[in-house]
Every structure is written in C-alpha cells, then in structure tokens.
Design a protein around this ligand. Structure first.
Ligand code: PEP
Length: 253
C-alpha cells in the first residue's frame, strides 16, 4: 500500500505571527492523521524555525518550498538543504512550476537539487506538469515524460524510496480550474509507467504521486479516490486550517 501524502504549499503567504496562528489552528483541527496518511506543511523560509518548534510532537511534518543545489557559499538569497534540516524540515518541494516559470528552473537544475536533498536525508517532492498551451497542442505525455526522465536522472532505487512526484498541471494551479479525476488519473498512470520503465514495476508501484492544482475540500475526495493518485499538493486551500483539515480527512490510503 502506498503512503498518501497531503502537503500544503503556503507559497509567499503568512508572516511569523500568522504562522503561529495557522499552526495553532491546524494542530487543533488535525490532532492526528489517519494510518497510511502523512501531512507536510511548507511555510516560507522565515517561518520555518518557528514552525519546526510548534510542530514538534504534532501530526505534521515540515517542508521547505525550495533549496539550493549547493552546500554553502556566496549564493545571495539562497537557502541550503542543511539549513532546512537544521530547523526541522523533513521534506522540500522542488521544481514547482512557479520556480520554473519565474526563476528559470530547468529539469537539470531540479535534478541537482533532488540529488542534494536526498544526500541530506530530505524527502524531495518533485513537481512536473504541462502548461495549457502544451495540453492544447496534445503534447502533455511528451512533456511529462521528458520532465520525469530529467528530474530523476541518476537517482538510485534507494533514492527513489524517498522521492515523491507531484503532478501539477500548470493551467490548474491557482486558477480554480481542476483537472478532472480522469485527466489526473491518466497522467498519474503515465508517470508510474515511465518510472517503471526507468526502474521497475515493483518500485513504481510504491511511488507516491500527488496531484496538485486547485484541490479544495469539495473536490479532494473524488481526485484522491483515483487509483494512481496518492495525495495532494495544496496551495490556496492550505492557508485556512479548516479547509486543509477537510482535505486531509478526505485522504484514505
Ligand atoms: C500549488 O501551488 O502547488 C497549487 C497546487 O496551488 P493551488 O492549490 O492554489 O492551485
């Protein structure tokens, strides 16, 4: 049975005071997660240390939203994986479409970051997804296959035991448009098949593949019920404790 993972990407929302309020509310709303389900919250860098303290002993794990591919050095504005670990992070989101779109991140760079995260014992949540233009040109499968190949390049089967892939169609992120359950299932199945080709079916069957793109309490159960959908990466709906809690409750392993 695959682990279902519900992760919340806070993006550039919530200062330190707001972080305290949201985490306090989340802990009250979600005292425990169902067996076989994990939940990770990913606040901005400035809130991670506080979040790490507040989440100790809670049902939630902690993740960063990005990290450097370097260990340390003169890289102004960057944060290393070691720094994420030091404030209690278990995971890190890599290659989010906003990083790809606004900061020029490529599959090659995401791959370097994933290797670094794994070397440090952080679980990489690696995002892939097609744009609206690519879907309309009917090249979704080609785009996803290229991304999956690129971001996983050189990762060992042992590495893959920690990797999570998040399928996030770019046209569904923050737009209120959600992929239909059938559209999500189709791409998730494709990703699993691609991973089976690169490794083997036993490994691919164990891989957690999250869906992301306008997941809300009212559509979560239907998407999460798809055979190859093993969780959600949630943006907007994770900023309120009650809606994130409702999505976690909709998850069943
Ligand atoms: C995201 O940022 O990863 C995301 C899926 O956002 P939203 O849920 O707001 O579409």
């Amino acid at each position: 049975m695959r682990t279902m993972i519900i992760a919340g990407n806070w993006k550039m929302y919530k200062d330190v005071a707001e972080t305290r309020d949201l985490i306090t509310a989340l802990k009250a709303a979600v005292p425990s997660v169902p067996a076989g389900v994990e939940s990770i919250i990913c606040p901005p860098f400035t809130s991670l240390a506080l979040a790490g303290e507040l989440l100790k002993g809670s049902a939630f794990q902690l993740g960063g939203q990005n990290m450097s591919q370097h260990d340390e050095g003169a890289y102004t504005g960057e944060v290393s994986g070691k720094m994420l670990k030091a404030v209690g992070c278990d995971a890190v989101i890599l290659g989010h479409s906003e990083r790809r779109q606004y900061y020029g991140e490529t599959n090659e760079l995401v791959n370097l970051k994933a290797r670094k995260a794994l070397a440090l014992g952080l679980r990489p949540i690696i995002c892939v997804g097609e744009t609206l233009e690519e879907r309309e040109k009917d090249i979704t499968a080609q785009v996803i296959t290229t991304q999956v190949k690129g971001v996983l390049s050189g990762l060992t089967p042992q590495d893959m035991a920690k990797v999570v892939i998040a399928y996030e169609p770019v046209w569904a992120i923050g737009t209120g448009k959600v992929a239909s359950p059938a559209q999500a299932q189709e791409v998730h199945q494709l990703i699993r098949k691609q991973v089976a080709g690169q490794y083997d079916w036993a490994l691919a069957e164990k891989l957690t593949i999250q869906y992301g793109g306008s997941v809300k309490p009212d559509n979560a159960a239907e998407i999460l019920a798809q055979n190859d959908v093993d969780g959600a990466l949630v943006g907007g709906a994770c900023l309120k404790a009650d809606s994130f809690a409702a999505i976690i409750k909709a998850a069943r392993p």
